[in-house]
Design a protein around this ligand. Structure first.
Ligand SMILES: NC(=O)c1ccc[n+]([C@@H]2O[C@H](COP(=O)([O-])OP(=O)(O)OC[C@H]3O[C@@H](n4cnc5c(N)ncnc54)[C@H](OP(=O)(O)O)[C@@H]3O)[C@@H](O)[C@H]2O)c1
Length: 180
C-alpha cells in the first residue's frame, strides 16, 4: 500500500495559476484511458487527501456535487461547506495522524494526495510520501501554486507520452544522502 501525489503541472512547476485557475490544464488534449491517465490511477485508490484550496476548487467546479467515491480528508483551519453527498472529513494539523486513518480506510488500496504541493510536502516531511506522478502540460505559467516546494530526491520509475502530456512517475528516495 502506497501514498501517491498524482497531479498535472506546467513545465515550470505550477499546478494552478495565482488565482487558482485550471483552464490552462482542462483545455489540453489527453487520452483518459491512455498511459498514466486518471482513470487507471483512480481504480487503485482507496482514500484521498487534499488541502482547502483544492477542495474549494472542486466544490466550485462541480457546483457542490462530489465526484469521488472514496473517503476524502480535507486539511483546513476553516469551517468549509460540505457536499450534500460524499464522505468528506475535515482535519487540521499534523498529517501523520490523519494518514493512519486514511491507510485503514483505504484497506488494500493506495492513498492519493490530490494537492496542493505544500500539503504533499507535509506528507514528504513526515516520510509518508512514496510516489510522485506528474503530467507535464506543454506550457509555462510563470507563477502560481507550486508543484512540490521541497528538496526531495526522486527516482524515475516510469515515463510516457499521453497526447499533449509528458508523464513521469517517481519514487521518493527516503534514505538517500541527497543535498539540494
Ligand atoms: N494541476 C492539478 O492537477 C492540480 C491538482 C491539485 C490541485 N490543484 C490546484 O492547485 C491549487 C493548490 O492550492 P494551494 O497551493 O493553496 O494548496 P491546497 O493544499 O489546496 O490548500 C492550501 C490550504 O490548505 C490548508 N492546509 C494545508 N495544510 C494544512 C494542515 N496541515 N492543517 C490544516 N489546514 C491545512 C490551508 O488552508 P486554510 O488554513 O485556509 O484552511 C492552506 O492554505 C488549487 O487551485 C487546486 O485547485 C491542481
Amino acid at each position: 500500500m502506497a501514498t501517491h501525489f498524482y497531479t498535472a503541472s506546467s513545465l515550470d512547476g505550477f499546478i494552478a495559476t495565482d488565482d487558482h485557475s485550471l483552464d490552462w490544464l482542462l483545455s489540453q488534449d489527453i487520452d483518459q484511458d491512455g498511459p498514466m491517465a486518471y482513470q487507471g490511477f483512480e481504480r487503485g485508490i482507496g482514500a484521498l487527501a487534499m488541502g482547502a484550496s483544492t477542495y474549494e476548487w472542486v466544490m466550485r467546479h462541480e457546483h457542490g456535487a462530489w465526484g469521488y467515491a472514496q473517503p476524502t480528508w480535507v486539511f483546513t483551519h476553516r469551517d468549509l461547506e460540505r457536499p450534500e453527498v460524499g464522505d468528506v472529513r475535515f482535519v487540521q494539523g499534523e498529517v501523520a495522524a490523519a494518514h493512519a486513518t486514511m491507510i485503514d480506510a483505504a484497506a488494500d488500496k493506495d492513498v492519493w494526495v490530490v494537492g496542493g504541493g505544500e500539503l504533499a510536502g507535509q506528507f514528504a516531511d513526515a516520510g509518508l510520501l512514496d510516489e510522485v506522478w506528474v503530467q507535464f502540460a506543454p506550457l509555462t505559467l510563470g507563477s502560481g501554486a507550486p508543484l512540490l516546494p521541497r528538496a526531495l530526491a526522486l527516482e524515475l520509475l516510469e515515463v510516457a507520452r499521453n497526447r499533449s502530456f509528458l508523464c513521469g512517475r517517481y519514487r521518493v528516495v527516503k534514505d538517500g544522502d541527497f543535498r539540494a
